[in-house]
Design a protein around this ligand. Structure first.
Ligand code: NDP
Length: 297
């Protein structure tokens, strides 16, 4: 029997937990605040930001949304970040990526106060994660860890294969898996577009995390029996639907589920966890900045 992992259900539980922590902060006069900044006309980015704002409402977090015309110079964004860094009502700052080409992404990430960097992408927070002393774990890989924990998949001693080496998913995922910590202690292989024989790697895996952004590139032939498959990939593919597209993962779900003991669908797998972990990091940020403990590791 293959378990089809219900990401929405796991995310709901985490959000309820986080909302309870937000209430505790509220009781002490602290309202957790998350500022989202959008500098893009992209429909997908707009959707993601509005989903994050909606999640704030449902979790007892004050969502503060800022939009900057993508034609504005980079300084406009940098100035806005500076102001949010100074604003005591703002505990977390999220600049929706990608930013326009004339804005340097690294400069954006480094401009955000590391204490308010709830994405966990500032070099200080990346360094802490690698050193095994994470402040804010990046939301998507942290969500993957939560899924595995919820499904009682212990990574200790297991072979984990991460497909993708981006700074936001692949690398932090591999770093979390390799830590001497709960949800870690795995033997990790990181694959990417230059990997010589991807199937040979994925077939050795007990856990596969697919984060390449290539629709259905991993099929059942590339997996061994009993593997746990976590599909991070989301690609909009043209389709004869009302919206004109559908969302497709990196895994060919039908063939992979014949091999997997547990597998996440797309949509409804990792996506909801990413947003839940953003709420988690925001409440943690409010706790760290206010000094009111809420017991979020
Ligand atoms: P990037 O494009 O930044 O990185 C993709 C990675 O996959 C790169 O390291 C690339 O290798 C590798 N890759 C590409 N093609 C292949 C291939 N054929 N074989 C092996 N590796 C390959 O993407 P992101 O990490 O930002 O996102 C990955 C996917 O996850 C996307 O579909 C994205 O939409 C989705 N996503 C989903 C989230 C969620 O909440 N569910 C959150 C964030 C992302 P190389 O480095 O050599 O180019």
């Amino acid at each position: 029997m293959t378990t089809i992992i219900d990401g929405n259900e796991i995310a709901d539980r985490i959000r309820a937990d986080v909302a309870e922590r937000a209430r505790r902060l509220n009781d002490e006069g602290v309202t957790p605040g998350l500022a989202t900044v959008l500098m893009s006309d992209d429909g997908g980015s707009k959707t993601y930001v509005s989903m994050k704002q909606r999640a704030c409402e449902e979790t007892g977090i004050e969502g503060i949304h800022h939009e900057i015309d993508p034609g504005e110079p980079a300084e406009v964004l940098f100035d806005r970040i500076d102001r949010l860094n100074e604003d005591p009502a703002v505990h977390g700052i999220l600049v929706q990526m990608p930013v326009p080409d004339h804005v340097d992404t690294r400069t954006v990430l480094e401009r955000i106060d590391p204490m308010k960097d709830v994405d966990g992408f500032h070099p200080e927070n990346v360094g802490r994660l690698v050193a095994g002393n994470a402040r804010y774990k990046p939301c998507t890989p942290h969500g993957v860890q939560k899924i595995l924990a919820a499904c009682d998949v212990d990574t200790e001693g297991k072979d984990a294969v991460v497909v993708g080496r981006s700074d936001i998913v692949g690398k932090p995922m591999a770093n979390l898996f390799v830590q001497r910590d709960q949800g870690g202690n795995a033997t990790v292989t990181v694959c990417h577009s230059r990997t010589a024989d991807l199937a040979a790697k994925t077939r050795e895996a007990d856990v596969v995390v697919a984060a390449a952004g290539v629709p259905e590139m991993i099929d059942g032939e590339m997996l061994s029996d009993g593997v746990t498959v976590i599909d991070v990939g989301i690609t909009r593919v043209e389709a004869d639907t009302e919206k004109g597209y559908e969302l497709v993962g990196d895994v060919d779900f039908e063939s992979a589920k014949e091999k997997a003991s547990a597998i996440t669908p797309v949509p409804g797998g990792v996506g909801p966890l990413t947003i839940a972990m953003l709420m988690y990091n925001t409440v943690k940020a409010a706790s760290l900045q206010s000094g009111v403990p809420v017991d979020l590791p």
